[in-house]
Design a protein around this ligand. Structure first.
Ligand code: SAM
Ligand code: SF4
Length: 366
């Protein structure tokens, strides 16, 4: 085995919880950051035996930048010896948590890619999402990141926010393009169980309105040279996120930190989300509390279909395995929703707008 080439580190601290967010996040726990860093380093040391040269590292959250450069540097010093030449090292950042000095430090410690959570440039939509950063803070963070030498810069946006009009979407599109990012992730708002929006009974936007918005985003970004390479992801050529591509390609990866998931050699481990037991176990020299399951061939096949169909580059049928309903392939092809070229299956442009429905025509999911 050549070793795992992808590392995810979860940095779960947030100043507050945004209304839509159901990620593993800890609010009001900044006092635990040093102990958490120690635990994270201990977990990395325990698991380092599975690592090969790392092609990608992803520091995700939570709000990783709340760890501050000092702790992030300590983490990067421990990760550094595992990095392959030319490795991609991404970090998620909330605009209000970074300034010019912090971004220069991130660059200097070996972070190559910055993903800024902007979500929208419209103040009323930012309020609806409980976001802390203003549009001007987002613009300033982009300027500082460029000045710090980040030439792989992504912004996250959300559409389908209650109250978002077509004019709001046009304005977000124009503002996003004006910043000239190398990459954009533009997600449809999901009302996740357990989020404040779900507790308030917020209804998702009408399906047709959502579809119109999605089509407009895809068209607007493509017109400006961004390639729609995955359902919600767009990049200038050469700026696709290699870490995400590895994940969608079902590559093995090691995840460390609370709530982190790993897939290594046919097994899936999930660390528990609670902070204190994680820190306590690693401080005592034990493994963190986690579940560990073997992945059977059927589960792997279903996951590969779910991940592979998202990609513009298409999916190799030999890699994914047969669909549950092979007879549906012909009908979908005749309907102009997918193309078969030898062993490669690719959704057409029209198919990509309805990929969930296509997936459910082809596969049985419990
Ligand atoms: C792990 S999150 C957090 C990154 C960072 N803390 C932030 O808020 O900018 C990564 C991205 O997922 C997206 N996201 C999170 N929850 C979502 C939801 N319920 N619906 C749609 N997008 C969501 C947001 O665009 C967010 O920037
Ligand atoms: S969206 Fe980002 S900042 Fe907001 S609670 Fe979730 S992880 Fe934290």
């Amino acid at each position: 085995m050549s070793g795992v080439a992808h590392l995810y580190a979860h940095l779960p601290f947030c100043a507050s919880r945004c209304g839509y967010c159901a990620f593993v996040v800890h609010v009001g726990a900044l006092g635990d950051r040093d102990a958490y860093l120690d635990a994270l380093l201990a977990e990395l040391d325990r698991e380092a035996g599975v690592l090969g040269p790392l092609d990608t590292v992803y520091l995700g959250g939570g709000t990783p930048t709340l760890m501050r450069p000092r702790r992030l540097r300590a983490l990067m010093e421990r990760v550094g010896p595992h990095l392959a030449p030319g490795a991609e090292v991404s970090i998620e950042a909330n605009p209000e948590t970074v300034d010019a000095a912090a971004l220069r430090e991130l660059r200097a410690m070996g972070v190559t890619r910055l993903s800024l959570g902007v979500q929208s440039f419209r103040p009323h939509l930012l309020r609806a999402l409980d976001r802390a950063a203003t549009p001007d803070q987002a613009r300033a963070a982009v300027d500082c990141a460029r000045a710090a030498g980040f030439d792989d810069l992504s912004i996250d946006l959300i559409f389908g926010v209650p109250g978002q009009t077509p004019a709001d979407l046009e304005a977000d599109l124009a503002d996003a393009l004006a910043l000239g990012p190398d990459h954009l992730s533009w997600y449809e708002l999901e009302i996740k169980p357990g989020s404040a929006l779900a507790r308030a009974g917020t209804a998702p936007v009408d399906e047709d309105e959502g579809a119109d918005a999605y089509e407009r985003i895809v068209g607007g970004l493509e017109e400006h040279g961004y390639r729609w390479y995955e359902t919600a992801n767009f990049a200038r050529p050469g700026h696709e996120c290699r870490h995400s591509l590895a994940y969608w390609g079902a590559a093995d990866y090691l995840g460390i930190g609370v709530g982190a998931v790993s897939t290594v050699a046919g097994r899936r481990r999930r660390n528990n989300p609670a902070l204190a037991p994680y820190i306590g176990a690693l401080a005592a020299g034990d493994a963190p509390p986690r579940t560990d399951e073997g992945l059977d061939a059927d589960l792997v096949r279903r996951e590969r279909w779910m991940l592979g169909l998202r990609l513009a580059r298409g999916m190799d049928l030999g890699w994914a395995g047969p669909p549950d309903h092979p007879q549906a392939l012909d009908a979908l092809e005749t309907a102009g929703l997918l193309r078969r070229d030898g062993a490669t299956l690719t959704l057409t442009r029209r198919g990509r707008f309805v990929q969930n429905a296509i997936l459910h025509e082809l596969m049985e999911y419990a």
